[in-house]
Ligand binder design. Structure first.
Ligand code: TRP
Ligand code: ZN
Length: 862
């Protein structure tokens, strides 16, 4: 029987109330045991509102005792529910001692305190602390914590928690007791504890004011060498935040623990980050250039949270983008400075145009500051994170870099040690910059992707150029009425003859607005929305010539890439209209690509992007109803046609570009990227198998090996089966590489994929309890194998639904993330709609559906 709707409480942003009590100090003690860990919590509680009971959050806890000011409280003085403990009559100020028991070994949800393999580990954000002990588990209760950890020293030689270690002793039985003290008041979601056996990579950092910070990276035994890149990246992040925003680290130790079982990328717990090992460990043989990039960016992200998140935190979870949007923006700026700025921006734009635009068009649409939530874990989204970061970026664009930095400094100084709101952030920006941001604030409350229409009119006799911009935001699933937003529109005029360029920033604030330029020559082309200056869709009637001109000449690499993407999208849309697959490629684009391939001086990373066709998801977002098969057929045909038209320059470029030995430098990454882009096309030509075999046998790094495998698979070479099987044999004991192998198996564009996945489920390293393994197989299948996932017979959808049903009782965070592609069933044709709906209905009928999954599925078919 389905669980009744009534048990799923919807929380509303506007219902916020200050807590009736606060807790100034907490002393925690953990007697670690796999099945029966005893948690003793001693809290200093203070009343803030008269005549209120004390209601504490707590889930899946066995309550052993309650004491107030040293006196046992009898059971008739409290009420327990499945998620709370309420004490009715309590003093205004008292010490509350609560003892509970939990079972870390049975915790497969990886939320709260869990034991995975031989490591005890916590994950408290967003509401996991209540699975450790009864508490006011909300981010506006800031307390000073100490934690005492008691465990068997031989099995758990490292006992870690937030802050500084203040005591450490061992008794005759080999039982160790370690005590930690964190001087900074913090919300419960930033608490962390780790116990296990590791290799320690140690280093140190001298802050700008001359303090010495010891850096400690804890990794799996034997993996120390693979931790070097992460620790170097950490030092770069610490230096960068000092230089860019004048922000310095505040404790004497910064610890990072890499764990194999983790629901997300990483977690910014004060002084003790916990990372998914996939975002820490890397070397040339096992990690790709993209892995190295992600590690640097996530190490930066969690470090930057120390100021934007920890020192200044969120008042309530509706404000999540306050810390996440801002911190993603900061990590993107860091990556742009460390790696290629053009590529960093292009990757961020791709995320927006694929995942975020899709979310806005889905039943889960929400503003970057959501209005209502059933399960908070469902709102760690691309909208809150990535669109949130775009909103911060627009602020920087509107205010200018210096005023933005001043605004951030004012925000941090004004609110240090507080739990605040998105409004507080905007207010600080407004006060520092002296700019009215009242209309800009709508970006926080309005969901949906605005559509921008741009037209131009030139009067040659008066040399007057008139630009007209119109904005429109369509209704979304959560919100019918939309208002006009303040949209910064960066533009660049390209003048053909003189090769001249001119840049401007237009502030669109009305529904329709004209911008007049007097005494100006007629531009040959206008780059609209340069650098993706706002997270909007753009409608402009570009000619092919204009797009190719922008692709060839714009000053900004992002604009050039974008023009190529628009060129292909336009061509695909036209061919889709006339149902014409076998049309010759326009010579102008072939000429341009030929030129790009034969310019050894050019930025290779950008060239690789200029040579890329748009991906399936980017194209899909441009259609109300997604023409799955047509897009796939056209994309494949274009790839084959380009390979033939450019065969010679592709091969020459490929041969010119080898790099060894492997180094992760901006230049080498660029070279590999361009070379592998060439290979991707060359694989479509006859007798390309030797080329691929050669690259695999000569590669000294995972980037080139994996690129060759993917090229072979996507071109459907017959010998791909042999290649992947020797790859799987070679790496059978390495979980991170096997994840790549699982993903490869899952992206097989043929029907073989089902047998392949079944086979991998038998692999000794596969485990349903490990989110990385499950995602490697099934996110790859549902998000990167449109051919087979969107099969007309519904077999792809059923596979995903079966996996979701299996995962939900084990780990609801993961099941709710996996379901995402099925939620958007309305975007497909009626046959696929029906097949997807059937899957969702079946899930809704499951006896014990998690809140996480229920919220999404019911929104989708409700
Ligand atoms: N705050 C983390 C970040 O840096 C996100 C996170 C990690 C998280 N683990 C989680 C969120 C578990 C919810 C649940 O972005
Ligand atoms: Zn974050």
């Amino acid at each position: 029987m389905p669980t009744s709707v009534a048990t799923r409480t919807v929380k509303h942003r506007t219902d916020y109330k200050t807590p009736a009590f606060t807790i100034s100090h907490v002393d925690l003690c953990f007697e670690l045991d796999a099945k029966a860990t005893i948690v003793t919590s001693v809290m200093q509680v203070l009343r803030q509102t008269a005549n209120q009971p004390l209601r504490l959050d707590g889930v899946m806890l066995t309550l052993l005792s309650v004491e107030i000011d040293g006196k046992e409280v009898s059971a008739d003085k409290w009420q327990q529910t499945t998620d709370s403990l309420t004490l009715n009559q309590v003093p205004d100020q008292f010490e509350l001692r609560i003892v509970t028991q939990i079972s870390p070994q049975d915790n497969t949800a990886l939320e709260g305190l869990y034991l995975a393999e031989n490591t005890f580990c916590t994950q408290c954000e967003a509401e996991g602390f209540r699975r450790i002990t009864y508490f006011l588990d909300r981010p506006d209760v800031l307390a000073v914590y100490s934690s005492t950890i008691i465990a068997d020293n031989s099995r758990y030689p490292y006992l870690l928690s937030n802050g500084n270690k203040v005591a450490d002793s061992i008794n005759d039985q080999g039982i160790r007791t370690v005590k930690w003290q964190d001087p900074f008041p913090k919300p419960s979601y930033l608490f962390a504890l780790v116990a296990g056996d590791f290799d320690l990579v140690a280093d140190s950092f001298i802050t700008q004011s001359g303090r010495n910070v010891s850096l400690e990276l804890y990794v799996d035994k034997g993996a120390a060498a693979r931790g070097d890149f992460a620790i170097q990246a950490l030092k770069r992040a610490m230096r960068w935040d000092e230089q860019r925003f004048n922000l310095e680290y505040d404790l004497d130790v910064y610890m990072v623990v890499a764990v194999d079982f983790f629901n997300m990328g990483a977690m910014e717990n004060k002084g003790l980050n916990v990372f998914n090992s996939k975002y820490v460990l890397a070397d040339a043989a096992t990690a790709t250039d993209k892995d190295f990039f992600n590690i640097e960016s996530i190490i930066g992200h969690e470090y930057f949270h120390n100021w934007t998140g920890n020192r200044v935190t969120c008042r309530d979870w509706f404000q999540l983008s306050l810390k996440e949007g801002l911190t993603v923006f900061r990590d993107q700026e860091f990556s742009a400075d460390m790696a290629s700025d053009t590529l960093t921006r292009i990757e961020a734009i791709k995320v927006m145009r694929t995942a975020q635009f899709a979310e806005d068009a889905s039943p889960m649409a929400h503003p970057i500051r959501p209005e209502h939530v059933v399960e908070m874990n469902n709102f760690y989204t691309v909208t809150v994170y990535d669109k949130g970061a775009e909103v911060i970026r627009m602020l920087q664009t509107i205010l200018g870099k210096d005023a933005f930095a001043a605004g951030l400094a004012l925000y941090l100084q004004r609110h240090d040690g507080q739990a605040v709101t998105c409004d507080d952030f905007i207010q600080a920006m407004q006060d520092a910059a002296g700019v009215d941001l009242s209309q800009f604030r709508l970006w926080y409350s309005q969901s949906g992707t605005p559509e921008l229409t741009a037209t131009q009119q030139y009067d040659a006799s008066t040399k007057k150029l008139t630009l007209t911009l119109t904005q429109h935001t369509a209704a979304t699933a959560d919100q019918a009425i939309k208002q006009d937003l303040h949209i910064p529109v960066a533009i660049e005029f390209l003048f053909g003859q003189q090769h001249a360029k001119q840049q401007h920033l237009l502030d669109l604030t009305a529904n329709q607005q004209q911008f007049i330029f007097n005494n100006i020559a007629q531009p040959d082309a206008i780059v609209w929305l340069a650098h993706f200056s706002a997270p909007v869709k753009l409608k402009v009637d570009y000619t092919d010539t204009q797009l190719l001109q922008i692709a060839a000449k714009a000053s900004d690499g992002v604009a050039r890439w974008d023009a190529m993407q628009q060129f292909w999208a336009k061509l695909i849309a036209a061919r889709l209209q006339d149902n014409n697959v076998k049309q010759a490629l326009p010579t102008a684009v072939i000429q341009l690509m030929q030129q790009l391939l034969t310019q050894p001086q050019a930025d290779a990373a950008l060239t690789a992007e200029l040579l890329a066709l748009p991906d399936f998801d980017t194209l899909a977002e441009q259609y109300q109803q997604i023409p799955v098969q047509q897009i796939l057929t056209l994309l494949r045909q274009l790839k084959i046609d380009l390979a033939h038209a450019l065969a010679e320059p592709l091969l020459q470029c490929y041969n010119r570009l080898a790099v060894t030995p492997y180094q992760y430098t901006e230049q080498d990454v660029a070279t590999r990227s361009l070379r592998n882009r060439c290979l991707h096309y060359l694989a479509e030509l006859a007798d390309s198998t030797a080329l691929i075999a050669q690259q695999i046998s000569q590669a000294d790094n995972m980037t080139d090996s994996l690129a060759a495998l993917i090229a072979s698979q996507q071109a459907q070479h017959v010998d791909f089966a042999a290649l992947i099987s020797s790859f799987a044999t070679k790496w059978q004991d390495d979980a991170h590489v096997m994840d790549k192998c699982f993903s490869l198996v899952a992206t097989d564009p043929t029907e073989q994929v089902f047998a392949g996945i079944d086979n991998m489920l038998q692999h000794k390293l596969f485990s349903w309890k490990n989110p990385n393994r499950v995602r490697a197989l099934f996110s790859a299948f549902s998000m990167r194998n449109p051919e087979q996932f969107h099969r007309l017979d519904g077999k792809g959808y059923q596979l995903l639904a079966d996996v979701v049903a299996k995962m939900d009782p084990l780990n609801p965070q993961i099941s709710a993330r996996l379901i995402t592609p099925l939620l958007s069933w309305r975007r497909f044709d009626s046959v696929r709609q029906q097949a997807m709906q059937n899957c969702l209905t079946r899930l809704l009928e499951l006896p014990k559906l998690s809140n996480d999954l229920y919220e999404k599925v019911s929104k989708s078919i409700g």
